[in-house]
Design a protein around this ligand. Structure first.
Ligand code: HXC
Length: 520
C-alpha cells in the first residue's frame, strides 16, 4: 500500500466514523424512540445525492468534566447545503446522539457558518432541532453561541426564508432560534418546546402539567400559535417542508418559482353562484371557495388549528404562488379577534417581505366584542393586521364574499389601504354595522315610545328592511369607487388571474425610513 492509499483509507475511515455520530448504540436508541438521526433527516429532506456536508471534522474544544476525552467528529450537528426540487437550500440538523444534540461553542460556529452562507448566497435555511439545550459542560460559551445564532436569525429575517423543524426537545433559551424564524413545524410524537419544563414549573408555581400539555405540538399549534404546522411524524414533516419551499422564493429579491399550470385559467365554477346560504347568519366553509378557485384545488394551510376564524394559506393562480387570507364563517362566524389578527398580520408581512401577492377573501361580521378581547389588547392586535396590509407593497386583491362590517371592513385590505383591485360578489354586505344594531342606535328613542309589542316589532322590522335594502349590498361602496367591480362568483378564478397579471409590473415603494414601528 502506498502512502496515498493509506491517507485515503484514513479519510474514508474518519468519514465513516463521523457518520456514526455518537455511535451505533445511541443511533439505535434514537430509532427506538421513533426518531430518525440527523443525517437520515437531511437525506429525506434534500434531493437524492445533493447533500454537500461541511465541517465534518469539527470537534468541541471543552476541557471540563472529562469532556476532553470524549470527542465526536462533527460534534452535535450536521450542516451543509443541498437542493429541494433542484433549488439550493442550506440546512443544519442537531444530532441527538452526540451529547443529546446539546449546543457547544463549535456547534454554534458550524450553524452560524451555514446561516452566513445562506444569507450570502440568498438561499433558504432549514434548521432541524433535536437538542437538550445548552451544553452544560461549556457554560457561558454555549450561551454566547446561542446568541450568535439568534443575531443571525434576526439579520436573516426578511432576507431569506427560515424554516424550523422541531423533531425532539427544544427547551429553555434554545426555543428562541426557531421562534425568530418564519415557520415552525412540530411532530405530534417526541417534539416539545418550552421556556421552562414541567419540573421547574412545578417547583416555582406548584402547577402540575405534562410535557405534552406544556409544550407539545398540539398545544403549540392550537393554543399558543408558536407552531405553524403540526404533523403526525417526521416523514410527513419533511414532505411538508419540501412542499412549503415550493411556494417561496429563494430570497427577498426574487420571485417564487412559477409552476406549469394544468388548470384552465378561465375555468368557470357554476356552484360558486349558489354557495352562499340564503340566511346571512348561516355559516359555510370558506375552504370550499378557496379550493374551487385556486390551481387544481391545491393549497397549503399555515396555522391550520390556531385562530381558525381566519384562514392563511399558500396556493397558486396560473402557477404563481399567492398568499390567501380569508375569514372563516364556519368558526366564530369569521370574527376578527386578538389571535386571528396576529396570525394574519404575520402572514401578510411574510408574503410582503418575499414578493408573494396577497388575495384576501372577506366575510367578517366585525371584531369580537367583550372584556376578554379588550384586556388582551384587541386594539393593538387589530392594528397589527391593519398595519401589515397598509404597509404591504405586493399586489393585493380583495374580494368581499359576504359581510364586511365596521372597522373590520377597513382592516381586511380595503381599497384605502392601497388595495389594488377590490371586488365584491353580489352577496356582499358592506356597511358600518349590521341592520339590527344600526336600527337600535338610530331609532332607539322612537322604538321606546311605542308601547304596543306588535306595533314595535313591525316598526323595527320595517326599519331593518329599509336599512338592509340600502346598505346590506355592495352597490353603495361600488358607487363610490371603493369597490372596483361586482363580479359573478363563478368567474372569480378568471378575474383573480387576470388582475394579478395586470399587477405584474406594479411598482410601489414606501417612504424611506430606518424601519416602521408596527404595534407589536
Ligand atoms: C450536555 C447533555 C445535555 C446537555 C443531554 N445531554 N442534555 N449533555 N448538556 N444540555 C446528554 C446526556 O448526558 C446523555 O448523554 C445524552 O445527552 C442523552 O440524554 P438523555 O438524558 O439520556 O436522553 P433523554 O432521556 O431522551 O432526555 C433528553 C433530555 C434530557 C430531556 C433533553 O437529557 C435533559 O433534560 N437534558 C438537560 C436539559 C437542560 O437542562 N438543558 C439546559 C437547558 S438551559 P449520554 O452520554 O448518556 O448519551 C438552556 C439555556 C439556553 O438550554 C439559553 C440560550 C439563550
Amino acid at each position: 500500500m502506498n502512502v496515498n492509499t493509506n491517507k485515503l483509507k484514513e479519510l474514508i475511515e474518519l468519514r465513516a466514523n463521523a457518520r456514526l455520530g455518537g455511535g451505533q448504540k445511541r443511533i439505535d436508541a434514537q430509532h427506538a424512540k421513533g426518531k430518525y438521526t440527523a443525517r437520515e433527516r437531511i437525506e429525506m429532506l434534500l434531493d437524492e445525492g445533493s447533500f454537500e456536508e461541511l465541517d465534518m471534522f469539527v470537534t468541541h474544544r471543552c476541557n471540563n468534566f472529562g469532556l476532553e476525552n470524549e470527542k465526536y467528529l462533527g460534534d452535535g450537528v450536521v450542516t451543509g447545503s443541498g437542493t429541494i426540487d433542484g433549488r439550493l437550500v442550506y440546512v443544519f440538523a442537531q444530532d441527538f446522539t452526540v451529547f443529546g444534540g446539546s449546543l457547544s461553542e463549535t456547534m454554534a460556529l458550524k450553524i452560524c457558518k451555514v446561516m452566513d452562507m445562506a444569507m450570502k448566497m440568498g438561499a433558504p435555511i432549514i434548521g432541524i432541532n433535536d437538542s437538550g439545550g445548552a451544553r452544560i459542560q461549556e457554560g457561558v460559551s454555549s450561551l454566547a453561541g446561542y446568541a450568535e445564532i439568534f443575531e443571525r436569525n434576526i439579520l436573516a429575517s426578511g432576507l431569506i426564508p427560515q424554516i424550523s423543524a422541531i423533531f425532539g426537545p427544544c427547551a429553555g433559551g434554545a426555543v428562541y432560534s426557531p421562534a425568530l424564524t418564519d415557520f415552525i413545524l412540530m411532530t405530534e410524537q417526541n417534539s416539545y418546546m418550552f421556556v421552562t419544563g414541567p419540573k421547574v414549573v412545578k417547583s416555582v408555581t406548584g402547577e402540575t402539567i405534562s410535557t405534552e400539555d406544556l409544550g407539545g405540538a398540539t398545544m403549540h399549534s392550537s393554543k399558543s400559535g408558536v407552531s405553524h404546522f403540526r404533523v403526525k411524524d417526521e416523514k410527513i414533516g419533511i414532505e411538508t417542508i419540501r412542499n412549503l419551499i415550493g411556494y417561496l422564493p429563494q430570497n427577498n429579491l426574487e420571485e417564487a418559482p412559477i409552476e406549469v399550470c394544468s388548470d384552465p385559467i378561465d375555468r368557470l365554477d357554476d356552484d360558486l353562484n349558489s354557495i352562499i346560504p340564503d340566511s346571512p347568519n348561516k355559516p359555510y366553509d370558506m375552504k370550499d371557495i378557496i379550493s374551487r378557485i385556486v390551481d387544481c384545488g391545491k393549497y397549503l394551510e399555515i396555522h391550520e388549528d390556531y385562530a381558525r376564524n381566519i384562514i392563511c394559506c399558500f396556493a397558486r393562480f396560473n402557477g404563481i404562488s399567492t398568499g390567501i387570507v380569508a375569514n372563516q364563517p364556519n368558526y366564530l362566524a369569521g370574527v376578527l379577534d386578538c389571535d386571528s389578527s396576529r396570525k394574519a398580520a404575520r402572514f401578510v408581512r411574510f408574503c410582503d417581505a418575499f414578493n408573494i401577492p396577497v388575495l384576501t377573501l372577506v366575510d367578517v361580521p366585525g371584531f369580537l366584542p367583550g372584556s376578554n378581547q379588550e384586556y388582551n389588547g384587541i386594539i393593538t392586535h387589530g392594528a397589527k393586521l391593519m398595519f401589515a396590509y397598509g404597509e404591504a407593497t405586493v399586489p393585493k386583491i380583495t374580494i368581499t364574499i359576504r359581510k364586511s362590517y365596521g372597522g373590520a371592513h377597513d382592516v381586511m385590505s380595503c381599497k384605502q389601504l392601497r388595495g389594488d383591485f377590490n371586488y365584491a360578489w353580489p352577496t356582499a354586505e358592506i356597511a358600518v354595522m349590521g341592520a339590527s344594531g344600526a336600527i337600535e342606535v338610530l331609532e332607539g328613542k322612537n322604538i321606546s315610545t311605542i308601547t304596543d309589542a306588535d306595533e314595535k316589532a313591525k316598526f323595527i322590522a320595517e326599519k331593518v328592511d329599509d336599512y338592509t335594502n340600502k346598505f346590506a349590498n355592495p352597490y353603495q361602496a361600488a358607487a363610490l369607487g371603493y369597490i372596483d367591480d361586482i363580479i359573478e362568483p363563478r368567474n372569480t378564478r378568471f378575474r383573480i388571474i387576470r388582475s394579478f397579471q395586470a399587477l405584474q409590473t406594479k411598482k410601489l415603494v414606501n417612504p424611506l425610513k430606518k424601519h416602521s414601528n408596527i404595534p407589536l
